[in-house]
Unconditional design. Sequence first.
Length: 140
Amino acid sequence: MWTSTQYRRLVRGSAWYDLIVTAVFVTPWSFAALHGALVSVSQSLNLPGELPAFAPMHMLMANLLGSIVCVWAVLRIRDPQQIYGRYDAVGRFLFAAWQAYALAHGASSLLVIFLFFELAWGVVQVLPVRTPSRARPAYA
């Protein structure tokens, strides 16, 4: 169980994670560099699954994802409300579901790393938050 202060820090931490991991998705040039690096890692480790080349529409989807996730992250960094953490958890479970679907259909096993973090951040953001108790007046 989190205190409200701890939960706000958690929401902010998950937002920083998103911003750091997703910023590279925002432009076609940064994503192309990331994609090349991931292909190299996948090939050098001989990992199962496919990491195909991206056509312009794929690149557009990656850039849209990066853009909206970065905006959402900045909102949660600046104002880490509990309700934002709850919505973020739902979003993470949705992302995790689609990542698991992609893995089941032959996506690169590098995706497992991202799946782990989506589930971890989602789980900790659905844990209960303790409401502050009101101090009882001391009677002499």
